[in-house]
Structures are given as C-alpha cells and as structure tokens.
Design a binder for this molecule. Structure first.
Ligand SMILES: NC(=O)c1ccc[n+]([C@@H]2O[C@H](COP(=O)([O-])OP(=O)(O)OC[C@H]3O[C@@H](n4cnc5c(N)ncnc54)[C@H](OP(=O)(O)O)[C@@H]3O)[C@@H](O)[C@H]2O)c1
Length: 282
C-alpha cells in the first residue's frame, strides 16, 4: 500500500494556511468550486488496488470523485479507504477479452445511467522469466503475448468503446497508461510488454482523433521507473545513473499528472503522451 498523499486537492489552500476563497489562480480551483455546486464526478479506473492505480484512486477520491474500480482481487477496505469502494468495485480478470462484456455490464449497473467523467486504463502486466530477467522476442510464448496484449491493449479499447455514451454525456476524458518501454528497449521490460505499450501509445493517437468530435479527450502518460510492485529488484541499482533526477518516481507523482489530464486545466490537451520519468527519456 502506498503512503498517504501529501497533496490534498480539496484542501491545499487550507493546508498552506491560506483562505481557499482568496486564490482563483490555482488550476484545480475551478474543479473544486464546480464540484461543490455540481454533481460528484465519476472515474472508472482499472487496477486501483496497488501502485499507480491506488495513488490515483486516493487522489481523485480526496478531490471528491466517485471511483468505480476493476481488478482481479476483491476490494480491500483496509488498504483502499475511499467511499463506497466495496460496492463500486468490479472483480474481474481483464486479461481475458471474453470477460469485458461482463465487466462493462457490472460497471453500467453501478453507474445506473449516470455519466463517466474519466476512464483511466491503468491495469497492466509485465511478465518476466522465472529468474526475473526480461522475456525477449525469442523467448516469449504465444500465451504470454496474448495475455499481455489483452490486458494492456484490448481491454482499454473495449472499455472505451463500451463507455462511449457515458463519457460523451460528461464530455469526459480517457487516460491510457503506457510506459517508457514503449519507445526504447528496456533492461527488464519484455518484448510483449514493450510492444503492447507502443501499441497503446498509437491507440491513444487514434482514439484522440476519433473521440474528439464527440467532446472526449484522450491522452496517455508514460511512466519511467516508479516505485511499485512492477519494478524489478535491481531497477534502482542499474538505472539510477541513467535518470537525470537520480531517483525513481513515486505513484503520487504519476497520479497528479493523471489528475491534471482529467481536469478542466487540460481542456485543450488531447492526443498527447506525457513522459513521467525524471528525464530518463533524454
Ligand atoms: N511502476 C512502473 O515503474 C511503471 C512504469 C511504466 C508503466 N507502468 C504502468 O503503470 C500501470 C500500473 O502499474 P503499477 O506499477 O502500479 O503496477 P502494480 O503495482 O503491479 O499494479 C497493477 C494493477 O493492475 C491490476 N491488474 C493486474 N492484472 C490484472 C488483470 N488481469 N485484470 C485486472 N486487473 C489487473 C492489479 O490488481 P489485481 O492484482 O487485483 O488484479 C493492480 O491493481 C501499468 O499499466 C504499468 O504497465 C508502470
């Protein structure tokens, strides 16, 4: 479980000891004011139980959003303290495309006709060999290729298609979580993972084009090395010298960029892939 976020979007002015009403320059201010007057915004998020997804759910929940989550594990109230988390959790394996209709039915039951303001396709898998080394294009089995592509690429396509009406109703936005491995060979991420993320980056461009006439923005974030369960044990030792900021990132630092992309502050941003990697891509 990640530690508590140090950015409380609703209360950031109070945290600094300033009156909230006095500052209208904060890019999140409009969201906050609007949130109090309008209905609660709804986020559909895959992979909320750990890592980047957990930090993202926590940040959006702190900002007053309702979170509908999807993952294989049941909801864990002790680790995920957002409101209505258990009833708004859909337990499903998204690496099986035959489960997507089930997932969409369960999500829509919970929505009950209400709009979706953001869809975040965050769940992802990066399989390694039994000894933790990378699975290359010579050594990856067809089962692994299929599983990785179903979760990392097909699930985002089908969830976005299935929630199109609900996203359109909210002029919502989609964020796809890609990876630095989608644009360069990575010492730990395998070939199936890297190509699925490159395809997801391309899909983001295609979707941004196709969804824009309907008022839906589509962007991607491409994390570098973020401290979660997905990292290999040797990541910090091997890769810190290649990261200009000389540290790995935290899930909170990724969540804040996702939040920006889903906010009105990013209302003219679509079709982009934002690197979050301490300069590793330089
Ligand atoms: N951490 C990094 O350095 C890094 C770098 C680049 C990109 N990313 C990307 O960021 C995203 C989140 O990664 P993370 O580091 O936070 O990983 P993580 O800690 O391993 O979390 C992965 C999440 O995805 C869910 N998930 C995994 N397989 C699933 C399946 N078959 N069906 C439904 N849900 C599934 C997991 O929940 P359950 O286990 O309950 O299913 C979990 O909540 C991924 O797309 C990853 O590729 C991460």
């Amino acid at each position: 479980m990640e530690g508590r976020l140090d950015l409380d979007v609703r209360n950031e002015h109070e945290v600094r000891g300033q009156p909230a009403a006095a500052d209208t320059s904060c890019p999140f201010h409009a969201d906050r004011a609007g949130m109090q007057q309008a209905e609660c915004k709804t986020l559909v998020l895959t992979g909320a139980s750990r890592g980047i997804g957990h930090a993202t759910a926590k940040l959006f929940s702190d900002a007053g959003w309702r979170i509908i989550s999807c993952a294989r594990q049941p909801f864990d109230g002790a680790r995920c303290p957002w409101e209505a988390g258990a009833t708004d959790h859909v337990q499903v394996d998204l690496s099986d495309h035959r489960m997507l209709p089930y997932a969409l039915t369960k999500i829509k039951e919970r929505l009950a006709g209400t709009p979706v303001h953001a869809l975040i396709n965050n769940a992802g898998v990066s399989p390694k060999t039994p000894t933790g080394t990378r699975l290359t294009s010579l050594t990856t089995s067809v089962e692994t290729w299929m599983k990785v592509f179903h979760l990392n690429l097909v699930a985002p396509i089908l969830l976005a298609q299935g929630l199109f009406d609900e996203l359109k109703a909210a002029s919502g936005s989609i964020v796809n979580v890609t990876s630095i491995a989608g644009s360069r060979v990575h010492p730990f991420a395998g070939s199936a993972y890297a190509t699925s993320k490159a395809a997801l980056a391309c899909l983001t461009r295609e979707m941004a084009h196709d969804y824009a006439p309907h008022g839906i923005r589509v962007n991607a974030i491409a994390p570098g090395e973020i401290k979660t369960d997905i990292l290999s044990p040797d990541t910090e030792a091997r890769l810190l010298p290649t990261i200009p900021l000389r540290r790995v990132g935290t899930p909170d630092e990724v969540a804040r960029v996702i939040f920006f992309l889903c906010s009105d502050a990013a209302s003219y941003v679509t079709g982009t892939e934002v690197p979050i990697n301490g300069g590793q891509h330089l």
